[in-house]
Design a protein around this ligand. Structure first.
Ligand code: ADP
Ligand code: MG
Length: 293
């Protein structure tokens, strides 16, 4: 028979906004050695605002921002929204764009006025093999050290502008890291964003392990890396990109509204978008286990 305690705790979990899809994982949560958090939208608000930009010689800032907004006009990504908003605020007219394509974990591309134009982060530059002009590199370095996300505008193979965006660390995230450390759990962060931004956020939060500039198809390998060290690993994420990592983790935790894919790949779903619920989950698992003995 299913122990009564388990049934009670499932409803207790539900009352705390935790939907348990896999009971074994819920039990395993008490033994987690490490928990990996997706950065954007989980530890941070995920709501970017454009704070600064830089262009190469001969390219007007407004033209560059309008062009970036055009390429981003079909994207739902927070970065895309921030760029469109910045263009709106400056009352820019965005040129027409066609043939939109999202490049997972890297950026977006479209055709504008006969040019092939990309907007994306460091992983995009690697893919395109684009060179960063010195002064844009300095701009990006400084932004990164201030935990600002930088995306680049590439027109017909030439990098012509960089845009810096600020995201805000969620207030709860500080308490989450401290509470997990008190429970003896290693805290890691996984992101497709730059190493600089990841380090800045990790430093501020006191995060132990950082995986940055990780492509969506490699996120599950980072989970595996910790598992290969003999650790029982939890993963907290919300995006489509996080699904393989959630599946790979010993305890996959989808948070917030989450995408359907993330929810279907998770063992536990945290309904309220509050990272503190990760701590509650571990504590509830520990409490249940003690009762069952
Ligand atoms: P995370 O791993 O932080 O959850 P994503 O996997 O969604 O983020 O994106 C990783 C990186 O890919 C972003 O930091 C950004 O550099 C780039 N990127 C993704 N989508 C876009 C977009 N629509 N416009 C510009 N850059 C993008
Ligand atoms: Mg994400």
């Amino acid at each position: 028979a299913i122990p009564l305690v388990v049934a009670i705790n499932t409803s207790l979990a539900a009352r705390n906004g935790m939907l348990v899809r896999d009971r074994i994982a819920m039990e395993d949560a008490r033994n987690l050695d490490a928990i990996i958090f997706d950065k954007t939208g989980t530890l941070t608000e995920g709501e970017h605002g454009v704070v600064d930009m830089a262009t190469v010689n001969g390219v007007d800032e407004d033209d560059a921002l309008g062009l970036a907004a055009a390429v981003e006009s079909d994207s739902e990504h927070m970065i895309a929204r921030a760029i469109r908003e910045a263009a709106d605020e400056r009352d820019l007219t965005t040129p027409d764009a066609t043939a939109f394509e999202a490049i997972k974990g890297r950026g977006v591309r479209a055709n504008v006025d006969g040019n092939e134009v990309y907007v994306g982060g460091p992983n995009l530059l690697t893919q395109l093999d684009s060179e960063i002009p010195d002064h844009l590199q300095r701009f990006a370095d400084e932004a990164g050290q201030n935990a600002q996300t930088v995306v680049y505008l590439v027109r017909d193979g030439e990098l012509i502008a960089a845009v810096a965006m600020a995201d805000v660390i969620r207030e709860e995230s500080f308490r989450v890291v401290d509470a997990l450390h008190d429970l003896g759990i290693e805290v890691a962060m996984l992101t497709g964003d730059s190493q600089d931004v990841a380090n800045a956020v990790a430093d501020e939060l006191g995060i132990d392990t950082v995986f940055a500039e990780v492509l969506p198809e490699d996120k599950d390998k980072k989970v595996q890396e910790l598992q290969d060290q003999g650790k029982l690993v939890g993963m907290v994420g919300d995006g489509v990109n996080d699904a393989p990592a959630l599946t790979r983790a010993d305890v996959g935790i989808a948070i917030g509204s989450g995408t359907d894919v993330a929810v279907q790949s998770a063992d536990v779903i945290l309904v309220q978008n509050n990272p503190m619920d990760v701590v509650r989950l571990v504590k509830l698992s520990k409490a249940s286990y003690r009762k069952m003995q």
